[in-house]
Design a binder for this molecule. Structure first.
Ligand SMILES: Nc1ncnc2c1ncn2[C@@H]1O[C@H](COP(=O)(O)OP(=O)(O)OP(=O)(O)O)[C@@H](O)[C@H]1O
Ligand SMILES: [Mg+2]
Length: 383
């Protein structure tokens, strides 16, 4: 009894008695078998019904076995095929296998050779079906995820927008109370209004962060060749202008040219340098270094920004990149916890990776990669 009793076979041979004999023998073996005598009939049968395997003669008038296979695999890419051939035409059988046949059997057909070949081919058929099913499921899940992500994006962006107006009302009226009426207010009431004002300001920062984060995810990438060294110097200058009185040293190695969206990559540097400056505040001197390493493949570079600041424990290293995740208390280091989530989103949109290494009190290093330009161009197109 064959393992695939339910398997549906299509036998194709232009010599009617041969086809009939083979069809009946295979039926006796327990297969479901349909027999036809030309390529055209075979294709018609394949369009009408589902078959697991085609067993076809190679030499047939009008449409030979190879032409039939080519068309049959278009109708059903998971179909498996075995060709039947005489001793004289083994090279043609080899050509048939290049076209997609799994195996060939020699004429006159011996059942002892045919059955094992059929069973092998049917095992492959089963694997192909499973594989196709899995691929389909992955495609469906990916599409579902993409839709869910888009919905979530749209939701958070519209909620953030909608929250801004009432928030402006709260800060606006708190401002008026603290400005014009402050002297008429008992100190405790004034303190409460100040707290309302501070809370609303913080919420406004969070909302702006959320909006920026969602913008980094949606805005189209415009990759171009970048001079990371120049951008870094510009960013550094802007940021350190607000750090008067601090003893800060920047160590900037010569950097290879890279590719990316200039505005988004600039934002990555702004966020990472801001963190480095913020979390080295207790240090004098603060030493911040931007360098790079060659990746093993020799093409892409790994960039890093290292500081000698307060650092953190490595078990938190993955969490930092989540939205609103903070390790340090706002009393010590202000912030909303949006910076690194945005950085990760930008780097991943470029097809790169980001990770961190740190130790408490010994500083932190953030590593990121940007892919070579050719790859990036494809990311940008598909993204
Ligand atoms: N260079 C660093 N050294 C030590 N801790 C860091 C460093 N960079 C980030 N962290 C930790 O990771 C957390 C998340 O960083 P992230 O930049 O996302 O937020 P933030 O700096 O707190 O706020 P903001 O949204 O204003 O950037 C920080 O709160 C801090 O605890
Ligand atoms: Mg930050």
């Amino acid at each position: 009894m064959p393992a695939f009793t339910a398997a549906h076979l299509l036998v194709v041979d232009d010599e009617v008695p041969l086809m009939v004999a083979l069809r009946n023998t295979l039926r006796d073996e327990g297969y479901r078998v349909t027999g036809v005598t030309s390529g055209a009939e075979a294709l018609e049968a394949l369009r009408q019904d589902t078959f697991d395997l085609v067993l076809t003669d190679l030499m047939m008038p009008a449409m030979n076995g190879i032409a039939l296979l080519q068309d049959a695999l278009i109708v059903d890419p998971q179909l498996v095929a075995i060709v039947m051939t005489g001793h004289g035409s083994i090279p043609t059988a080899v050509e048939a296998m290049r076209t997609g046949a799994i195996d060939y059997v020699l004429k006159p057909i011996k059942l002892s050779a045919l059955i094992p070949a059929l069973e092998r081919a049917l095992t492959l058929r089963r694997l192909r079906l499973k594989n196709a099913e899995l691929e389909k499921r992955v495609r469906e899940r990916t599409a579902e995820l993409e839709t869910a992500n888009k919905d979530l994006e749209a939701f958070s962006s519209s909620v953030s927008h909608d929250l801004r107006t009432p928030l402006r009302t709260i800060t606006g009226f708190a401002d008026i109370l603290l400005g014009h009426h402050a002297k008429n207010l008992p100190p405790e009431v004034r303190r409460h209004i100040e707290l309302i004002h501070a809370g609303a300001s913080e919420m406004s920062l969070l909302i702006n962060g959320l909006l920026a984060f969602s913008r980094f995810g949606r805005q189209a990438l415009h990759p171009e060749e970048l001079d990371l060294e120049r951008i870094s110097r510009e960013v550094w200058q802007e940021l350190t202008a607000e750090q008067a009185g601090r003893d800060i040293e920047l160590r900037l190695s010569p950097l290879p040219r890279t590719q990316g969206d200039p505005l988004l990559v600039r934002q990555v540097l702004v966020n990472l340098f801001s963190n480095a400056l913020k979390y080295t505040r207790p240090r004098a001197p603060a030493v911040i270094e931007l360098g790079w390493l060659k990746k093993k493949d020799g093409v892409a570079a790994v960039y890093f920004i290292r500081d000698n600041g307060v650092g953190f424990e490595m078990r938190h290293a993955e969490n930092l990149f989540g939205m609103f995740q903070r390790l340090h208390h706002a009393r010590e280091f202000e912030g909303t916890g949006v910076g690194l989530a945005s950085v990760r989103r930008i780097i991943e949109r470029h097809g790169g990776r980001i990770w961190a290494e740190a130790a408490p009190d010994l500083g932190a290093t953030f590593f990121f990669t940007l892919p070579p330009f050719a790859e990036l161009a494809t990311v940008a197109k598909s993204g």
